[in-house]
Design a protein around this ligand. Structure first.
Ligand code: CTP
Ligand code: CA
Length: 225
């Protein structure tokens, strides 16, 4: 007989995962975006579901099919992503924010297509709400909150700072140093840091296998709360 407790360690748990980029509208035909494919977040949602969790995936625009048995909430902007996360947060035991959320959004959205005129042109931007930091302030001790960090310099120092500042349980540092890691690739090289200050570096692997490593650490944390 199959031991379901081992096979489905997250049975009865609810998970909230964000993935993909956000699109910040400039006018009806243009936006500010980034190169996030959403692959990492979708792989995490897939793995959490296979481990038995009930998964809500809040996704920015991607070309990916929603994972089997996962509830996908499609959003465009950082503001929409924030609203969806705020509504789902209190019901979630596990929260993984892998989306590449825009840090700035146009101060105003033009209602008509902006016409080209002068040689120089600039758009006023304002900061978006830091979704992860906001959830970190509201976090309960029975919740596992996981964030990502993408850094190009002083990687560890910046990641540890984000972990502390945003009140996270785990932070996944995406290494940009290695070829084949990061945006729009099928592989990633990560380091996971926890609140105790343990730093674990993993080999370059497929995003599916990276998702398994991250989920193993999530299970470990959930078992401890
Ligand atoms: N994040 C978020 N909401 C934002 C910006 C970021 O929830 N408005 C989350 C991301 O999903 C990620 C984490 O914060 O899990 C870190 O994102 P990152 O861009 O590395 O950090 P920032 O705090 O935005 O700092 P900076 O871009 O200046 O390095
Ligand atoms: Ca950022």
């Amino acid at each position: 007989l199959e031991d379901t407790a081992t096979a489905l360690p997250l049975k009865g748990k609810r998970a909230l995962v964000t993935a993909g980029p956000t699109h910040e509208a400039i006018d009806p035909v243009r936006f500010i975006g980034n190169h996030s494919s959403g692959k990492m977040g979708y792989a995490i949602a897939t793995t959490l579901e296979r481990l038995g969790a009930h998964v809500i995936l809040v996704s920015g625009p991607t070309n990916l099919l929603p994972p089997h048995n996962v509830t996908k909430l499609a959003v465009q902007s950082a503001a929409e992503m924030f609203a969806a996360c705020k509504a789902e947060f209190e019901h979630a035991d596990i929260i993984v924010m892998s989306a590449a959320v825009a840090d700035y959004t146009p101060t105003e959205v033009a209602d008509q297509k902006i016409k080209k005129k002068a040689e120089d042109f600039s758009i006023a931007l304002k900061k978006t709400t830091d979704i992860l930091a906001t959830l970190g302030r509201e976090k309960r001790t029975d919740q596992t909150l996981v964030g990502f960090a993408l850094e190009t310099n002083n990687e560890l120092e910046h990641a540890i700072d984000k972990l502390q500042r945003k009140n996270l349980d785990l932070i996944v540092l995406n290494s940009m140093q290695d070829k084949g890691a990061g945006f729009a690739t099928d592989t990633n090289k990560i380091t996971i840091i926890n609140r105790a200050g343990d730093i674990e570096s993993y080999d370059l692997k497929s995003k599916e296998d990276v998702a398994k490593d991250i989920c193993a650490r999530i299970i470990e944390h959930q078992n401890a709360v």
